[in-house]
Design a protein around this ligand. Structure first.
Ligand SMILES: NC(=O)c1ccc[n+]([C@@H]2O[C@H](COP(=O)([O-])OP(=O)(O)OC[C@H]3O[C@@H](n4cnc5c(N)ncnc54)[C@H](OP(=O)(O)O)[C@@H]3O)[C@@H](O)[C@H]2O)c1
Length: 324
């Protein structure tokens, strides 16, 4: 199917680097205070990272959206690009549940607006397709939210290419949000070319692979049950060690360019053709400070060649969520 031919709104303008507000709600690991969360958002905005990415389910009680609201106090609404998502909620026992029914999507979007203290979003995504509901029905609910002025644009996330095509045929689609990083590039095969061809912005998450590529993880690091990274093969055993070998190669690049490892990683990701915006998560202002040099760091040809060489040496990674 072809994307919807008419756009209801102008394409959104979002900063190329965005703050992903999942971890600051204590979702990757516990122990993030509300003050840390607010200070992290404020540090990002102050540094010019004005694309803020959140979701109805970031925090069991909307902690992420509430932290953004607090960080926004005293700042003009139009100084940030606010993106949220609907379609996933929490049920008892910390159980994430997908519900893409139109009624539920509208109710979640309205609750997100209340938590954020604004009357409109800049971008609202369907967080994930609901297998029990045709994706066109979910898309139709989001299109109605554009018409009602609740969001300026619409996108979808965690879709297959076929699902994206169905979504885009049912609703003007500005953006699609998918996982992508130096080690997990399956997006490049079919997804990215299709988005480029149809002018759908590609927003990527996990650029730091949940901190693995930030360059601060010790080789003997253990992830307790309260840290969701214990579930990912990339943080376990031999896989973890090989990933840290890859990070050692990045450290050499960062040293030569006199910048930080996350700046190398984020800059590389931003430089990839077809990527509209790169979302990194952070749990404290100092991480934002370490990542901000990505805005001014340009990887030269030797640096790009060194990344390619390290990637070849690393070989295929064990991971979840390959993009098809
Ligand atoms: N659409 C979706 O379904 C979906 C799914 C996943 C993510 N996302 C979005 O994408 C965003 C990015 O993904 P993510 O936050 O999961 O992963 P990420 O950006 O790859 O990694 C973020 C984590 O890396 C660590 N970190 C960041 N900067 C660091 C630094 N300078 N030094 C050391 N550690 C650093 C922090 O972890 P610690 O402090 O805990 O070590 C932080 O929580 C999310 O926040 C969310 O907005 C969307």
């Amino acid at each position: 199917m072809m994307p919807h031919p008419v756009s209801l709104t102008a394409p959104p303008t979002m900063s190329r680097l965005g703050l992903g507000c999942w971890p600051l709600a204590g979702m990757t690991r516990h122990g993030i205070t509300r003050d840390d969360a607010i200070a992290t958002v404020a540090a990002a905005i102050d540094a010019g990272i004005t694309h803020l990415d959140t979701a109805y389910c970031y925090g069991e009680q909307g902690e992420s959206e509430r932290a953004i609201r607090s960080a926004m106090e005293g700042r003009p609404r139009e100084s940030v690009f606010l993106a949220s998502k609907c379609g996933i909620h929490w049920e008892a026992g910390r159980q994430q549940t997908v519900d893409g029914s139109p009624t539920r999507l509208v109710a979640e979007a309205e609750e997100s607006l209340r938590r954020l203290g604004t009357d409109h979003l800049d971008l609202l995504y369907l967080h994930a397709p609901d297998p029990s509901i045709p994706i066109e029905e979910s898309a139709g609910a989001l299109a109605q939210l554009v018409t009602a002025g609740k969001t300026r644009s619409v996108g979808c996330s965690n879709v297959s290419l076929e699902q994206l095509q169905q979504f885009a045929a049912a609703c003007p689609t500005s953006a699609c949000q998918m996982p992508y990083n130096m080690l997990q590039r399956s997006l490049e095969e079919r997804f990215l070319p299709w988005c480029q061809l149809h002018a759908i912005g590609l927003v990527v998450y996990w650029p730091l692979m949940k901190g693995l590529l930030a360059g601060t993880m010790a080789r003997d690091r253990q992830f307790p049950q309260s840290d969701s990274r214990h579930k990912y093969p990339m943080f376990q055993g031999e896989e973890f060690q090989r990933n840290l070998d890859f990070v050692d190669a990045l450290a050499a690049i960062a040293t030569r360019l006199e910048t930080t490892i996350p700046a190398v990683v984020l800059s590389w990701t931003m430089q990839r053709p077809g990527i509209s915006s790169v979302l990194f998560g952070a749990t404290m202002p100092s991480q934002v400070s370490a990542n901000v040099p990505a805005l001014t760091c340009t990887l030269d040809a030797p640096a790009l060649a060194a990344v390619d060489e390290a990637y070849r040496a690393r070989g295929p990674v064990a991971g979840r969520r390959a993009v098809r």
